[in-house]
Design a binder for this molecule. Structure first.
Ligand SMILES: NC(=O)C1=CN([C@@H]2O[C@H](COP(=O)(O)OP(=O)(O)OC[C@H]3O[C@@H](n4cnc5c(N)ncnc54)[C@H](O)[C@@H]3O)[C@@H](O)[C@H]2O)[C@@H](O)CC1
Ligand SMILES: [K+]
Length: 511
């Protein structure tokens, strides 16, 4: 089978989307009305995959532009599937051309349209699904005062709300102010490529989840746009598969050392070390305080163990001469002696050709002594939580400030930062930022980050570049967490489950 390699899905601005739309129309020799029909059909198909549309009632609230046009076209398609539809359209004399065309098509199909204005009181039937098609990416100012009651009625209704393309009132690439009126969707069905706003924690109440619907916009036109933000999803996976051959031996897949653990926190470095090997690396050695030796040897015989001469914490780092990949941090603690040993390690070793990942308390040790950042080998991967990241780059007031500060930090120091959370953000030194597509809230659990560190270290060992290991490691971690959640649910998911599902996840991805 010929595998089509796709490097990334670009996250485009409204202006870029408009440009892609125009180029698609030209290249594919179609009209906008055809793209609108594709969009409405994609929404219809999504609905059909999730429910029996003929047994459902839909209240479709349309605006005056092309988002509204999508809603009108959807109303016609749903009616032809014998759904019950109630169509509301904003009273106006400035409709877009294709909105007008779809109004006519509804009239021809004898589907009534009820016009609303700012005074209208909607009567939502119980259980009717509200389709929000008021504004899409064309929003260029906050929704005006007089229309706020329309949005409020949607938000206050008990009904489920599905937003088309973007929740109405939400800006695609800037933050709304908290007092703006924005539709709170259950799910947003966004066309072709996700919009930046959908990833930002500030917008969680408007977009708790989204799905991307393919409407076959011209791929080359999308690729030709300059974008700083990308979405890393299934499409990028095949290129990351580096398989084994019959003559492969363990020394080809890296020699990784994991350095961490302290009394009471040996579990963290154990999870990391196991994940390294489960990810397909050849050899792994855990470097732990003496108290960790027996624990690791007993529960994970495949690992080698070296011990510090201290019983309960690391106070001297090992020689890393024979290792190509170094993972530092899980369970290591922030004791003064450990901090000193860490500083000495970075200052006295030539790490130029080493691949390195630092997590958890390793990051806190760095933050305590910020000039140590200069001693890290290039493209060292740091995997902080927000609190740990703040210690490195300073506080931020909103997502855009976080993005700016982290981007500067990464570029200045030639590092990679994996900022963990929903849609984990990976910042590459070339200023590109990737949002991850896998994972679930059940993975916000103790030890989950330790598993991620091991997965990334394992892939570094296997010969992935730092960029590949970070992006794919984050994806795989989320993917295995999703597999685990599918089997055992999110609520009781623990980090060992993510680890135990690495084989299932890898097999599912690569066969
Ligand atoms: N991406 C694509 O290629 C396609 C997009 N389509 C749809 O087209 C939408 C974009 O359509 P439009 O550009 O017509 O824009 P919208 O339908 O989002 O908005 C309509 C118009 O309202 C005006 N407006 C903006 N902010 C306002 C405010 N606060 N109060 C009152 N009026 C305001 C603007 O002039 C804007 O053009 C997408 O979101 C999507 O739903 C599809 O129809 C077809 C293909
Ligand atoms: K919308």
């Amino acid at each position: 089978m010929q595998i089509q390699y796709i490097y990334s899905m670009k996250i485009l601005s409204p202006q870029q989307l408009k440009a892609v739309e125009t180029q698609t129309i030209k290249i594919q020799d179609v009209d906008l009305i055809n793209l609108m029909e594709r969009a409405a059909t994609a929404v219809l198909n999504w609905l059909k995959n999730h429910m029996d549309v003929s047994k459902n009632h839909f209240t479709i609230i349309c605006g005056v532009g092309n988002n509204g046009g999508d809603g009108l076209a959807l109303a016609r398609l749903l009616a032809s599937e014998n759904s019950h539809v109630k169509v509301y359209l904003q009273k106006n004399n400035n409709y877009s051309l294709d909105n007008l065309t779809n109004q006519k098509r509804l009239k021809d199909a004898k589907i009534p349209i009820e016009f609303y204005d700012s005074e209208t009181k909607f009567e939502f039937q119980p259980f009717s699904i509200i389709i929000d098609a008021i504004f899409g990416y064309g929003l260029n100012r906050p929704i005006e005062q007089e229309w706020i009651s329309i949005i409020n009625q949607i938000n206050q209704a008990e009904n489920a709300v599905v937003s088309i393309d973007v929740p109405s009132g939400l800006f695609c690439d800037q933050l709304n102010s908290p007092e703006d009126a924005v539709v709170q969707s259950e799910v947003t069905l966004t066309f072709q490529t996700p919009k930046l706003a959908l990833f930002l924690p500030e917008n969680e109440k408007y977009v708790p989840q989204f799905e991307i619907l393919d409407i076959s916009l011209d791929w080359a036109s999308m690729e030709s746009q300059n974008a700083d933000f990308h979405y890393f999803s299934m499409d990028q996976i095949p290129q990351f598969h580096k398989g084994r051959t019959v003559f492969s031996h363990k020394y080809e897949f890296g020699n990784v050392v994991t350095i961490g653990g302290s009394y009471g926190k040996i579990g963290a470095i154990l999870l990391t070390t196991k994940s390294v090997l489960r990810s397909g690396a050849g050899l792994v050695t855990a470097y732990v305080p003496k108290c960790g030796c027996q624990i690791i040897q007993t529960s994970f015989p495949e690992a080698m163990v070296m011990t510090d001469f201290s019983e309960d914490k690391i106070i001297a780092f090992p020689s890393v001469d024979g290792f190509d990949t170094i993972a530092i941090g899980p369970g290591i603690g922030t004791d003064e002696k450990t901090a000193l040993a860490f500083a000495q390690f970075l200052e006295e070793n030539d790490l130029t050709n080493k691949k390195m990942i630092i997590d958890a308390d390793g990051i806190n040790l760095l933050a305590k002594n910020p000039e140590l950042v200069n001693k890290l080998p290039e493209k060292t991967i740091l995997t902080p939580h927000n609190k740990e990241l703040e210690r490195l780059v300073g506080n931020w007031n909103d997502s855009f400030e976080k993005i700016k500060k982290t981007k500067e930090f990464v570029q200045k120091n030639n590092l990679i930062v994996v900022s963990k959370g929903a849609y984990t953000q990976t910042y590459l030194p070339n200023a590109q930022i990737y949002f991850n597509s896998t994972g679930n809230p059940g993975m916000a659990t103790a030890g989950s980050g330790d598993v991620l560190t091991g997965i990334i270290a394992g892939h570094l060992g296997k010969g992935f570049t730092a960029e590949e290991a970070a992006l794919f490691g984050v994806f795989l971690h989320g993917f295995c967490g999703d597999e685990a959640a599918a089997q055992i649910g999110q609520e009781s998911l623990i980090a060992s489950d993510i680890l135990n599902f690495i084989p299932t996840g890898m097999k599912k991805l690569f066969g």
